[in-house]
Design a protein around this ligand. Structure first.
Ligand SMILES: C[S@@+](CC[C@H](N)C(=O)[O-])C[C@H]1O[C@@H](n2cnc3c(N)ncnc32)[C@H](O)[C@@H]1O
Length: 336
């Protein structure tokens, strides 16, 4: 078993990890002279991570706080002592959860997303990291938080996100934190900004665009990591114990079409590469696409010559969203 964690070892809706060879082969065949690459809706960061191996400069962006912490943990050029991190993680792993009192995390999420003892352990570790802030560098803090998130994802009592938890008795599962496989890079520029505001400030050879296409807000699906990272301990509500609304995406609203039009018209780039999947036939209204295939084609064609590539793959889903012909598409636009 590997003793470090790589960036794709995480459950995240819409993660493109399995599609990377196809995406980058298409980019290679359809573009020339790419030096700077921007992943403007980076999610897990797996696309940016591949781009880092290929291009001189990579810009990575997402609105979520937890994604920002993960990008900085993996790539930021800040100072870090690997030994110090290893020692702290070993200490965290040796904590006996049975000896801990309740804390903010266990009071809110215990016996919901984690068994009560594990929830106490996570809350204790998070408080500890906060108290150590003056004794560790920002890069070290981000590595500890990212390693904790990846460890939590492995044992969370969910189907992969925090919209809800599984309502059965939770079997205690040991939290095992492993250090993420971090690097220190000078050529990765990290942003946490609304895509359309950022678009007006940057210039890149290629911008990869993978926004949400339905009404499901990522800030609500991954709220627990947002609360964990910010650690301002807000009052949480509802059965899933969510914080007050923050970072709600226009791409999940009825304004999605105007928003993506505004984005592509304001990017200073030679190529737009846009991921899209045909979930709009879905029976569940929350997973119906806000932008239809032909609408996206019209929007992209208005800024340049556009080609569409298709990657068919069988997709099975136990819930309402059954797509027999789930297709992943990639638009490549050579901007005028
Ligand atoms: C489909 S996911 C991207 C998945 C990513 N390509 C991957 O492979 O992991 C869409 C991402 O866009 C982010 N997002 C949504 N609206 C945004 C906005 N207005 N500006 C920046 N990021 C946004 C979400 O937080 C989410 O992580």
């Amino acid at each position: 078993m590997a003793d470090t964690i790589d960036i794709q070892s995480r459950r995240y809706i819409g993660c493109k990890a399995k599609l990377l060879p196809w995406i980058f082969n298409t980019i290679q065949n359809e573009t020339t002279n790419i030096k700077s690459f921007c992943d403007i809706f980076a999610g897990t960061g797996v696309v940016a991570n591949e781009a880092i191996k290929k291009y001189e400069t990579v810009l990575v962006n997402d609105i979520l706080f937890s994604n920002q912490v993960i990008y900085k943990a993996f790539w930021d050029n800040g100072k870090v002592s690997k030994r110090k991190i290893q020692k702290l993680i070993a200490e965290f792993n040796s904590i006996d959860a049975k000896c801990l009192d309740d804390n903010y995390f266990s009071l809110n999420y215990g016996n919901k997303f984690f068994d009560i003892a594990t929830a106490r352990k996570i809350g204790f570790i998070r408080d500890y990291i906060e108290k150590e802030t003056n004794n560790i560098t920002l890069k070290e803090k981000n590595i500890l938080l990212a390693s904790l998130i990846y460890g939590m994802d492995k044992i969370a009592n969910t189907i992969g996100h925090y919209e809800s938890y599984i309502r059965k008795e939770i079997k205690p599962r040991d939290l095992k934190i492993k250090m993420i496989d971090f690097q220190r890079l000078k050529n990765v520029i990290i942003h946490q900004e609304d895509s359309n505001k950022l678009a007006r400030k940057i210039s890149c050879d290629l911008v990869y665009i993978d926004p949400p296409y339905n009404s499901r807000q990522y800030s609500r699906f991954y709220h627990l990591y947002e609360t964990l990272v910010k650690w301002d301990k807000p009052k949480l509500s509802g059965t899933a114990m969510k914080p007050p609304l923050e970072n709600m995406s226009e791409y999940c609203s009825s304004r999605a079409k105007n928003t993506i039009t505004d984005l592509v018209q304001n990017l200073d780039t030679r190529y737009l590469v846009v991921s899209y999947n045909n979930t709009y036939n879905s029976k569940s209204s929350s997973s119906q696409n806000k932008i239809q295939l032909n609408e996206l084609n019209t929007i992209l064609s208005s800024v340049g010559k556009t080609k569409i590539f298709e990657h068919s793959h069988h997709f099975f889903n136990a819930g309402k969203t059954e797509f027999i012909n789930h297709k992943e598409l990639l638009f490549v636009t050579k901007v005028k």
